[in-house]
Design a protein around this ligand. Structure first.
Ligand code: UDP
Ligand code: MG
Length: 335
C-alpha cells in the first residue's frame, strides 16, 4: 500500500479566479484531518492562468500538491479519470474547482467511509443553480435511480469519496464515454450519502453549455442501459399488432356494411401503413439489441471482481479476470 491516505482529485478548466482560495481551503481541511494527503489538480487544457498557478504551487509544495496538465480540453470526466490514475491515496475524494462544493464538508465524507462505505455520495442542500441547469439533472437523477436500482439522490454532485478498490475498478474500465459516479456505483458494495451545502459559483461561469450538458446526459444514459433501444422493438411490435388488428376489423366491417364504411379504402391504407412502419421499427429495435451487445463487448468492462478465495488457511493467489482488485462483499440487504 502507498503511504498516502487521502487524495483529493480536482478537475480545473479556466478557474483562475477560484484557484488561490480553493488551494488554501483544501490544504487547511487536509491538514486538519491529520492524514497523509495529496491534492491532485488536473488542468483540462485551460486557456487562462490556471495552468501557471497550478504548476507554481505544485513545484513549491514538495509532493503534497500534484499538477497533472492535459494537453487540451477533454471534459470534466476524462480529466477526473486522469487524476484518479495519478492518485495514490487509500481514500480518494473528487470535487469541483469552482467552490460550489465546500471542501470543509470532506471530513464528513471521510467519516462515512470509515463507517465502512466504499462509495460516499453527497446531496446538494438547496442547490444554487438556475432552474434551467437543475431541470435536466432532476430528470436524469430519477431515471438513474430507476435503472441502476441504487438509491442515490444526486448523481450530478461530484463531491464524492471512493475507496481505493473502487477507483481501481473504475480505472480498469477502458470505455470512451464515462460517467464516473455511475461507474463507481456499479462496483460499490456499500454506498452512503451525506447532505452537503451548495454555494453559488464563486467566480466565472458554468463550464457546461447546453450542448455539452446534452452530451453528458447521453453519455450517462448509454453507459447505463440499452433500454431506449428495446423501446424501439416494443413500440414497433405494438404498432404492427395494432395495424394488423385494424386491418382485420376493417375487412370484416367492409364485408358487413359495404365500401362506404371503410372510407373508400382510406382506412385500409392506414392499417397497412401501421403494419409496415411497425415492422420496420421492430426490425430497428432488433438491430439495436445486437448493437447493445456489441457495445458491451467492445467496452470490455470486467465482468466481476473477486473479493477473496479461501482454500485452507493459507492465502490463495487469485486467478481470473480483474483479480488485481479486491472488492469487498456486498453487505446484506444492500441493493
Ligand atoms: N471542468 C473541466 N473540463 C470541462 C468542463 C468543466 O475540467 O470541460 C471542470 C470545472 O473546472 C469544474 C468542474 O469541472 O471544476 C465542474 O464544472 P462546472 O462547475 O462548470 O459545472 P456545473 O457546476 O455547472 O455542473
Ligand atoms: Mg459548478
Amino acid at each position: 500500500m502507498s503511504d498516502v491516505e487521502l487524495s483529493l482529485v480536482i478537475p480545473v478548466f479556466n478557474e483562475e479566479e477560484n484557484l488561490t482560495e480553493l488551494i488554501e481551503r483544501c490544504v487547511a481541511v487536509c491538514d486538519a484531518t491529520a492524514r497523509r494527503y495529496e491534492i491532485v489538480f488536473v488542468d483540462d487544457g485551460s486557456k487562462d492562468k490556471s495552468r501557471q498557478i497550478l504548476s507554481d504551487v505544485a513545484a513549491k509544495k514538495d509532493g503534497n500538491i500534484v499538477a497533472v496538465l492535459l494537453n487540451r480540453n477533454y471534459g470534466q470526466h476524462p480529466a477526473v479519470l486522469a487524476g484518479l490514475a495519478q492518485s495514490r491515496g487509500d481514500v480518494i475524494v473528487t470535487l469541483d474547482a469552482d467552490l460550489q462544493n465546500p471542501p470543509e464538508e470532506i471530513p464528513r465524507l471521510l467519516a462515512k467511509i470509515d463507517e465502512g462505505c466504499d462509495v460516499v455520495g453527497s446531496v446538494r442542500e438547496n442547490r444554487r443553480d438556475s432552474w434551467l441547469r437543475r431541470l435536466p439533472s432532476r430528470i436524469i437523477n430519477a431515471v438513474v435511480r430507476k435503472t441502476t436500482g441504487v438509491e442515490m439522490n444526486d448523481y450530478g454532485c461530484m463531491l464524492r469519496a471512493y475507496r481505493r478498490n473502487v477507483v481501481e475498478a473504475i480505472l480498469s474500465c477502458h470505455e470512451r464515454s464515462t460517467f464516473i459516479p455511475i461507474l463507481a456505483n456499479s462496483f460499490a458494495s456499500n454506498t452512503g450519502e451525506v447532505t452537503v451545502k451548495h454555494s453559488k459559483r464563486s467566480a466565472g461561469d458554468s463550464k457546461y453549455n447546453f450542448w455539452k450538458l446534452i452530451n453528458l446526459q447521453f453519455d450517462l444514459l448509454t453507459s447505463m442501459t440499452a433500454f431506449p433501444l428495446r423501446l424501439l422493438s416494443i413500440g414497433g411490435g405494438l404498432m404492427a399488432a395494432l395495424g394488423f388488428l385494424a386491418g382485420i376489423s376493417i375487412g370484416v366491417m367492409r364485408v358487413a356494411y359495404g365500401s362506404a364504411w371503410a372510407a373508400e379504402g382510406v382506412l385500409t391504407v392506414v392499417a397497412v401503413l401501421f403494419i409496415f412502419t411497425g415492422v420496420q421499427l421492430f426490425g430497428l429495435g432488433l438491430l439495436g439489441e445486437y448493437l447493445s451487445r456489441v457495445y458491451d463487448d467492445v467496452r470490455g468492462r470486467p465482468r466481476y471482481f473477486i473479493h477473496k478465495v479461501i482454500a485452507g488457511s493459507e492465502p490463495v493467489p487469485l486467478h481470473g479476470e480483474s483479480s488485481v482488485v479486491h472488492l469487498s462483499l456486498k453487505a446484506e440487504g444492500q441493493a
